[in-house]
Design a protein around this ligand. Sequence first.
Ligand code: NAG
Ligand code: NAG
Length: 306
Amino acid sequence: MIRGKMAMATLVGCVVLYISLGHIPSSLGVILRTTDKIVWANEFEPIELTCLIESISTNNPRIEWKKIKNGVPSYVYFQNKVAGDLENRAQLREPANIVIFNATRSDTAEYRCEVAAIDDQRDFDEILISLAVRVKPVVPRCSIPEAVTVGTSTELRCLENEGFPAPLYRWFHNNEELLQDPKSSQRFVNLSYSINPDTGGLKFRRVRKEDAGEYYCQAKNDAGHAQCAPQIMEVYDVDILGIFLKAAGGLTVFVCLALSMYSLRRVCVQNKGHSENNYNWPAQSEGVDYGDADEGHFRHKSSFII
Ligand SMILES: *[C@@H]1O[C@H](CO)[C@@H](O)[C@H](O)[C@H]1NC(C)=O
Ligand SMILES: *[C@@H]1O[C@H](CO)[C@@H](O)[C@H](O)[C@H]1NC(C)=O
């Protein structure tokens, strides 16, 4: 009894092993296989999606390829012709592979090879391959402040939207790459920045005089890299910008005050002139100083606003 069970188990085990090794008699039907279920290609390069027929007895199987993008299938090989998105851009290669001559980013999708073999017992098989087309990054947009003050915090930013997969960012200062973790190198131990390679941010907690110089950022993925033009960031010892702004602000207030005083005085003078001599106005409009009257009016208004 026990022996019988063991023999049975051995037999089942052998059959399982037999099947899993793929040694299935062709009479069982069509079996497909691929070398890569997940395929990466570079944009503007050729790529082959393999659909190998492991076993088949039908002489002329029906081969079809579908592209599935966002869940929507469409034919790319149908009735022995390349069709749809791949028309004129691909061909079938024996036994059922599809070769795209010049991959583009829009080819990123899932592709399903379907083979129907009517003379086989198992008369249909399909295999799903996902294709991802790598895209080189374009020149990233870099935002680098022209001038910052010592001791303040600032962030330099870098962004690129074309690259696929999403690029990682690196920053360069005076043509030297800034390490992601400056504390790891003796040479950079005094620096106070941090880089986020995923978002492209270069943050300074406290800008130092030595941080001045030329900066650029590089976006890089497996397909290639691109960088923005270097830009100069100046670092001021004191808050020159602030001082200038304050000075400019003070000056503005002074000018405004002066202007309003002036226009008030003019209004008074005009009112006085008006009451004293009603013929003063026609005299002015008759010729000499039209513009000045308008200006006075304008200043009057603006002094009200202030
Ligand atoms: C692939 O296509 C791109 C754009 O359509 C074109 O610029 C490039 O020359 C093509 N490459 C090849 C090898 O045909
Ligand atoms: C870092 O700063 C310390 C103290 O401020 C200084 O002694 C040292 O030389 C600096 N190191 C480098 C590599 O600049």
